[in-house]
Design a protein around this ligand. Structure first.
Ligand SMILES: *Cc1c(COP(=O)(O)O)cnc(C)c1O
Length: 480
């Protein structure tokens, strides 16, 4: 079935092709030719995997999701996968129970299976190499997801000095003969530029490059699941009646997580407002306020590094959907973004967006204050990304309907920021910082970090950013 097309116009693409290629040949992102519909059906008894399989099946038919979805989530540390917990007046949707403790595990537990199946069907015998540039969370989640998948290798480049000791240890100790991590002497932008250049040049021989970053439709769709399961949990707990609207507050970077919520609403889930919470890098917040998107500004390093981003790629999909599928408009805006670093939408379209979305910018100072006060009042530790969403719910949530706060990372992934907020003594940037934080909080450290300091380092390569292409050419010709 040719059910996908590009936001910039290219048509007639199957779900297998969309997943395998990631980006459309015209530079656009894949969107469904027709919006799938799934009204909330009161599935109190359905498991997370069952809901995930159902949604995947209507979006990306042909992957037999029912057969393997429960397996895909077997590495999560709770049977609920994404539990909804009450914290004071709010509901926190914990998306960090996967193997690398960040919400990216939810989608990256599924995407490798989709890619494997698509590769087997469309290009049997071809070798695939997934190239990743990461500032932390994506690299470990992707390597974990692809570990052990036959016929696909995954290589993550990370800034050797730009990520935390915990994040680095998660990557360099990753097991699996088909995955690798390599540090570069440079920052995340250097890593990203290097990866883009390798994609532009291609690979010689029988190796095809592909990408697992959040513009892939196969990463977006699994994220729709938890909006439905959170809604079901609220109905089940009698906090709402089926059909009542619920708001969601989402810590936002590349606009993938929150776009999944927008899609859930478009599919028929009773979503009220989606609160887009950014950190000091507030290009998105400015955009929703004024209709003007501007990436010509310095990138600020914050305590929520996964939201430190200037160009939120998935916004392109929102523009396409909200403009009624106007590929000509989207192409014009994206051309302007590429050439001038900015674009402007008209007031009618901006109004349309604001029916569903409101936004806020939460700086480090406010995030630390939020972590401190929530911990003091409720003994619940929010990580710095989730703190932005909590602050967003506080400022913009409506009193007459519940607001779900999406918790995108475990606080144990960011022990130094937690120590700053909570005045925990003696926590430095070390591999065992999570254990120290756990001791102080009086809770066990998550299983996924428990023996991190003892795991053998398997990927110790560190190279100059200029050597990335040469490194990849050599790597594909040797056994891993
Ligand atoms: C990636 C990430 C985000 C941002 O999600 P987007 O889909 O890029 O908007 C927020 N918090 C954490 C912890 C993340 O890893």
């Amino acid at each position: 079935m040719m059910n996908f097309q590009s936001t910039r116009g290219h048509r007639g693409v199957t779900s297998q092709q969309a997943v395998l290629d990631g980006i459309a040949p015209d530079g656009g992102l894949y969107v469904p030719a027709r919006m799938p519909v799934l009204p909330y059906g009161g599935w109190a008894q359905a498991s997370f995997a069952q809901v995930a399989a159902r949604i995947l099946d209507i979006w990306l038919p042909g992957f037999d999701a029912d057969n393997w979805m429960a397996d895909a989530y077997a590495a999560f540390d709770t049977p609920e996968i994404a539990p909804l917990v009450s914290v004071g007046p709010r509901h926190v949707l914990e998306l960090f129970h996967g193997p690398t403790l960040a919400f990216k595990d939810v989608a990256l537990s599924v995407l490798p299976r989709l890619m494997k199946k698509a590769a087997d069907e469309l290009r049997p015998g071809q070798e695939h190499l997934v190239l990743i540039a990461t500032s932390g969370d994506t690299g470990s989640a992707a390597l974990h997801g692809f570990s052990g998948v036959a016929g696909i290798r995954a290589l993550a480049f990370y800034p050797f000095q730009g990520i935390s000791a915990v994040q680095r240890a998660q990557m360099v100790t990753m097991e699996g003969r088909n995955v690798r991590a390599c540090g570069i002497r440079g920052d995340f932008d250097d890593a990203q530029r290097g990866v883009k250049a390798i994609f532009a040049d291609g690979m010689p021989g029988n190796v095809r490059l592909t990408s697992a970053n959040s513009i892939n439709i196969g990463r977006l769709v699994p994220q729709i699941t938890y909006y439905y399961t959170a809604y079901a949990a609220l109905v089940w707990a009698k906090r709402i009646a089926a059909g009542d609207a619920v708001d969601f507050s989402v810590p936002t970077g590349n606009f993938g997580d929150i776009l999944a919520g927008w899609l859930a609403k478009a599919m028929g889930l009773p979503v009220g407002k989606l609160i887009c919470a950014t950190n000091a890098n507030d290009a998105l917040h400015q955009f929703f306020e004024t209709g003007f998107y501007n990436r010509r500004r310095p990138l600020v390093k914050t305590l929520s590094p996964s939201m430190d981003i200037l160009v939120s790629s998935n916004l392109e999909r929102l523009l396409w959907h909200a403009s009624g599928g106007d590929s000509i408009l989207v192409r014009a805006l994206m051309t302007e973004l590429a050439s001038k670093g900015a674009y402007h939408i008209d007031e009618a379209l901006r109004q349309r967006l604001s029916q569903d979305l409101v936004s806020i910018s939460v700086d480090d100072h406010q995030a630390l204050d939020t972590i401190r006060s929530v911990y003091k009042q409720h003994r619940y530790a929010l990580d710095p990304h989730t703190a932005a969403a909590w602050a967003g719910a506080e400022a913009l949530g409506q009193s007459d309907r519940p607001c779900v706060v999406l918790a995108t990372a475990s606080p144990f992934k960011f022990p130094q920021a937690m120590a700053m907020a909570l005045d925990v003594p003696d926590i430095g940037d070390t591999v065992d910082a999570g254990d120290r934080l756990a001791d102080w909080l009086g809770v066990p450290v998550p299983e996924a970090l428990a023996d991190l300091a003892d795991r053998p380092e398997r990927h110790s390569d560190v190279i100059d950013a200029d050597f990335m292409a040469a490194y990849v050419r050599k790597a594909v010709n040797e056994p891993w």
